[in-house]
Design a binder for this molecule. Structure first.
Ligand SMILES: Nc1nc2c(ncn2[C@@H]2O[C@H](COP(=O)(O)OP(=O)(O)OP(=O)(O)O)[C@@H](O)[C@H]2O)c(=O)[nH]1
Ligand SMILES: [Mg+2]
Length: 528
């Protein structure tokens, strides 16, 4: 296996995926985004759209990435990547849900989409970053972004999300561009989605549904798939009434099972059936996940018993977590310039130069406003992070808003009780980041290192910083180990630390520190 085949692969991908490399918000003119000049004017406030991407859109889709694996032995990651690109436009939801006919879980056959956002606070740059991220998410789900619009408002309209006056404009844009889907940058109430759909005459989905869809496309392991399905079902369940089509509307807002006038039309019966099926499915998935969690916990307990320190690589999606894991451990994990490439955490065993063994795990990426159903469903994955000894928090130094990413990740870490774990910030992509931004980040995050997983810059220092943070084994020992117990010397190398070793006539006299369990075994050889 070549050393880092994923990187040459990624190089080629990036040559064709110019959009994400340059970033829409990095270069507002290129992307045709509203510039601060034409949008920061308080006069054009309430009901104005800022429009972007119009003509450049073609570039977003670009030619399909191609690569030549002939020279490289494809790694598992590379093969998964090829497979994923082939599958990219296939609708995501698995068949089990298809019999829930009325519910029509929005199979996101997102092809040609218009994005809309409501910008309530923050700077123009924030609004543009948010739309740019929504565009990346949409592309990751396999769609072509035709147009992106945002509106400045005090708050989203309770009935239609964007201002009512703007809905008509949106409908015109949708008709003119031939879009088949509108994606809203937020979590919308079922009634908002329905109202918008009535007006714009195409499918409307929100950010949460979009992220759920990407997760559904990317989940590979049984646990990952079950987690995503659980999240989708709980999202769906809340929207049954809204998404029941005509039948549910016929039933009005009446509480299911209520016997009032018109309360038990055919629609309601159908909704009840669907709800019951969903509840059954949810219960089944919860049970399965619980089982898988037991396995995972026992694996983790195994590691804990051996007192192998665990390092979790966490960070915003696309920050370079998998690339770093590959660099650190030659793990051959899938690397892709797309969001949420990794959904199944990979754990690798590795060792410090002085022989102490520890594990390093790749994790699911974070994103702003990660749907809470997903946090809930992926709780066991996040618990893995919460049970680690050190969090390597990777941040993309070339992103327009790395500070925003750092705090979005920390919010989720706090939510899964991982806030107290020691954290080392690894500022990645130094090769393409602005040096001023790197300096700014380092000043803000004193406990940080700057690296490039691409060029390898700073990697040795990062590894040293990680290893310096690993928990030290506790008990001081001095032992005279007979030469027949070379196994104990080995274990002391791996699990503990040896300060000195002296070969005497009676055996090896070692001084150092060992974890408690090992110290117990060494007790019989204790020397003074
Ligand atoms: N220029 C540059 N690109 C990098 C660097 N590190 C990673 N990348 C690229 O960034 C993209 C994302 O890398 P990944 O390692 O897949 O990121 P991730 O954090 O695992 O992403 P998810 O699993 O999707 O959350 C890929 O296109 C990488 O080639 C770097 O140091 N410099
Ligand atoms: Mg990854």
């Amino acid at each position: 296996m070549t050393k880092t085949p994923d990187f040459s692969l990624a190089d080629e991908l990036e040559a064709t995926a110019a959009w994400s490399e340059d970033g829409p918000a990095d270069d507002a003119d290129d992307a045709g985004l509203a510039t601060p000049d034409d949008s920061d004017d308080p006069d054009d406030s309430d009901d104005d759209f800022e429009s972007g991407y119009a003509d450049e859109v073609v570039d977003l889709d670009g030619p399909d990435p191609e690569w030549d694996l002939e020279d490289d032995v494809p790694t598992a990651g590379a093969m998964e990547l090829a497979e994923r690109h082939q599958l990219r436009r296939v609708a995501s939801l698995r068949t089990e849900l298809e019999d829930i006919t009325e519910v029509e879980y929005r199979q996101l056959r997102l092809e040609r989409v218009v994005l809309i956002g409501v910008w309530t606070s923050g700077t123009v740059q924030d609004a543009e970053n948010s739309m740019a991220e929504l565009a990346l998410l949409a592309e990751t789900a396999g769609s072509e972004v035709l147009e992106a619009l945002y509106q400045r408002r005090q708050k989203p309209d309770p009935a239609t999300y964007i201002g009512r006056g703007k809905v008509e404009g949106l409908a015109e844009i949708v008709a003119a561009t031939g879009a088949d889907t509108v994606i809203c940058d937020g979590e919308l109430a079922p009634s908002q989605l329905r109202n918008l759909e009535d007006k714009v005459k195409v499918k409307v989905v929100d950010r949460t549904a979009l992220i759920l869809d990407i997760f559904a496309q990317h989940a590979k392991s049984r646990e990952g798939q079950a987690q995503v399905e659980l999240a989708q079902l709980s999202y769906m369940k809340q929207r049954l009434r809204g998404w029941g089509g005509n039948l549910s509307r016929q039933a009005g807002g009446r509480v299911a099972g209520g016997a009032g006038i018109g309360g038990r039309g055919p629609g309601e019966t159908k909704i009840e059936t669907d709800r019951r099926r969903i509840n059954t499915k949810i219960a089944k998935l919860r049970g399965e996940l619980k089982q898988m969690k037991v396995t995972r916990d026992s694996k983790r307990a195994g590691r804990a018993r051996n007192e192998v320190p665990a390092v979790a690589i966490a960070g915003y999606t696309n920050a370079g977590k998998s690339s770093l894991l590959n660099r650190f451990t030659s793990a051959g994990v899938l690397v892709e310039d797309s969001l949420f490439a990794t959904l199944d955490p990979t754990t690798r065993r590795t060792a410090t130069p002085d022989g102490r063994v520890y594990t390093m795990s790749d994790t699911v990426g974070f994103v702003r406003h990660l749907p809470h159903q997903l946090i809930e469903a992926f709780r066991s994955t996040f618990e893995e992070v919460a049970a680690s000894d050190l969090i390597v928090h990777v941040v993309d130094g070339s992103h327009p808003d790395p500070e925003g990413q750092l705090s979005a990740v920390r919010e989720v870490l706090a939510e899964v009780d991982a806030a107290a774990i020691p954290e080392l910030v690894v500022i990645n992509k130094a090769d393409i980041a602005d040096p001023l931004v790197l300096a700014r980040l380092q000043a803000r995050e004193p406990h940080s290192v700057v690296v490039s997983a691409r060029t390898g810059e700073g990697m040795a220092a990062a590894l040293a910083a990680i290893e310096a943070e690993l928990p030290r084994p506790g008990v001081e020992i001095t032992a005279l180990l007979p030469y027949s117990r070379g196994d104990l010397v080995n274990r002391l190398h791996q699990e503990g630390e040896i300060d000195s070793i002296e070969h005497t006539a009676d055996g090896s006299l070692v001084r150092g520190r060992a974890p408690e369990a090992l110290a117990g075994e060494l007790a019989e050889y204790a020397a003074s």
